[in-house]
Design a protein around this ligand. Sequence first.
Ligand code: SF4
Length: 325
Amino acid sequence: MDPLLRLQDFSAAFDTARGLAPAVDGVSFDLAPGEVFGLVGESGCGKTVLSLGILGLIPRPGRISGGRAFFGGRELTAMSQEELRALRGAEIAMIFQEPMTALNPVMRVGVQLAEPLLLHKGLDKRQAEARCLELLEQVGLPGPRAVLRAYPHELSGGMRQRVMIAMALGCGPRLLIADEPTTALDVTIQKQILELLSGLAAERGLAMLFITHNLGVVAQTCHRVGVMYAGRLVEVSPVEALFAKALHPYTQGLMASLPRLGSRHERLTPVAGTVPPLTALPSGCHFHPRCPFVMDRCRREIPPVFRPEPGREARCWLHAEGGRA
Ligand code: SF4
């Protein structure tokens, strides 16, 4: 199947007083229609900049610094801002961690939900209202008429996130980018929202790029996962294979920090050290100062992408025997 989204050596950077700081460095992956791809990593690893780059929304002084991105065969990286805006309104939608940043606090939910339907879908007011009620029902909001009349602050966090999902689905997008959509919610609501998103993706054949720092969320939601570290995609794998055996030492560290079922007293083992600042990235493999398996070569040479198993990638010299991709 042709990919819906394709990134080829995609890079983004920020201009700083100390030179160019690479936030995303040579990232390549495909996303098929109906596929949920999780992008995981600690804060500051480049996940959000990558997703904003796809949408043409990197704030200045950031910019796309190399590579290409395609959506449905069209090159996003060659589009004008106007073309990107049209695509964002209709075919690519995004939901964020905190819906209050995306919802206007002084406008009723119904007005905000109807606006893109009036603008992009050419519906009249009565049709837009009917469609809004339908959307709110689809995302499991009880009393949709009351929700339409409410202001965002009158809704709970979980309800607001459902409104955001309804808004994202309104124009029938083919790609949904969800950036930490459940991080601000309590565990029960988080589970409900994850189930809702997975169900909607499966029902509608919607491709989803799911950004999270939480591997547990990936296990519940995604088909494949990409692990980012300091701007680079260091591992790509089907989710089951990753949980059976992670290939990259950074992923192994993240897995070791996950709480295990039935072992309430087990201490978590965090990955020692911190993500380096963009302006002072280590040479060679960016993970080498934190890696328990570091070799001389790792400090000098950037590991290329190796494919030690079908469908799996790891940017790590430990897999050099598996053959260079
Ligand atoms: Fe560790 Fe070297 Fe692999 Fe980097 S390339 S993750 S430092 S073993």
